[in-house]
Design a protein around this ligand. Structure first.
Ligand SMILES: [Zn+2]
Length: 101
């Protein structure tokens, strides 16, 4: 996935009157038909922060292992709480290591 795809998939940028709020977006499936969006505020920028500043905040979040980890087997970036552990994503744990969820 390209970086823009990641941003679209994982981030919500909320431009308010006096600030720009950046959230990490996590979808939890309560059932196969019930997605629940969970937002975690990761950065608050001053109102006239330009695109470069916004990108910088996003970049910092993507590089923060508290939020995102790249799977060592498929090299996909994943939300940390969607990882099996610090190295394996859930799909690789299931497909390559027989771990069943
Ligand atoms: Zn993987």
């Amino acid at each position: 996935m390209s970086k823009n795809t990641y941003i679209e998939k994982f981030f919500k940028i909320d431009i308010q009157q006096d600030a720009i709020l950046i959230y990490v977006k996590d979808i939890k499936w309560l059932s196969p038909y019930q997605p629940q969006e969970h937002l975690e505020l990761v950065a608050t920028l001053i109102k006239n922060t330009g695109e470069a500043g916004i990108n910088q905040a996003i970049e910092a979040t993507l590089n923060n292992q508290k939020h995102f980890i790249t799977c060592s087997e498929c090299n996909e970036l994943n939300l940390t709480n969607h990882m099996h552990n610090n190295e394996l994503c859930l799909a690789c744990a299931a497909n390559n290591h027989g771990i069943i969820y």
